[in-house]
Write a protein that binds this ligand. Structure first.
Ligand SMILES: [Zn+2]
Length: 140
């Protein structure tokens, strides 16, 4: 399997920390990258304020995209947490995100149902199906 994206342990930990802070509400955010290497994890507000679903206000998404642009990076994907289920995109995730953000956008799902053992998995949502992707953790 090809590596979809590369990020540092610290960036991975930022997403996990966000997920743990917001639990049981789902946390969400955007991922900026340059040449497939993550440059920034950007927290967003879950407009649903729900333990079962998330959405990001389109105006907020645009604000993040402008900041990512200004930094010379590009939007590479999204993350959100699952606070009571495994880190696999739900049918709702696929319905909400799949039509707009297929590959190459990576969807990280941060599983924190077991707070002591967060589980991070990465996905493409393609043709209505979650397809798991490999990611590489870089030193730093
Ligand atoms: Zn989800």
């Amino acid at each position: 399997m090809a590596i979809a994206i590369r990020l540092t342990r610290a960036q991975l930990d930022q997403m996990i920390a966000h997920a743990l802070e917001d639990a049981p509400i789902e946390a969400c955010g955007l991922i900026a990258a340059r040449n497939g290497v993550v440059t920034e994890i950007r927290r967003a507000r879950n407009a649903e304020n729900s333990p079962y679903r998330f959405s990001i206000d389109p105006l907020e998404t645009r604000r993040h995209e402008e900041a990512i642009d200004a930094a010379g990076a590009e939007l590479a994907g999204f993350y959100h947490s699952h606070t009571g289920s495994p880190p696999i995109p739900s049918p709702t995730d696929i319905r909400m995100m799949g039509p707009f953000f297929g590959p190459p956008f990576v969807h990280f799902v941060i599983g924190v149902a077991d707070r002591a053992n967060p589980e991070v998995r990465a996905w493409y949502i393609q043709d209505g199906q979650p397809i798991e992707q490999e990611f590489e953790i870089l030193p730093g």
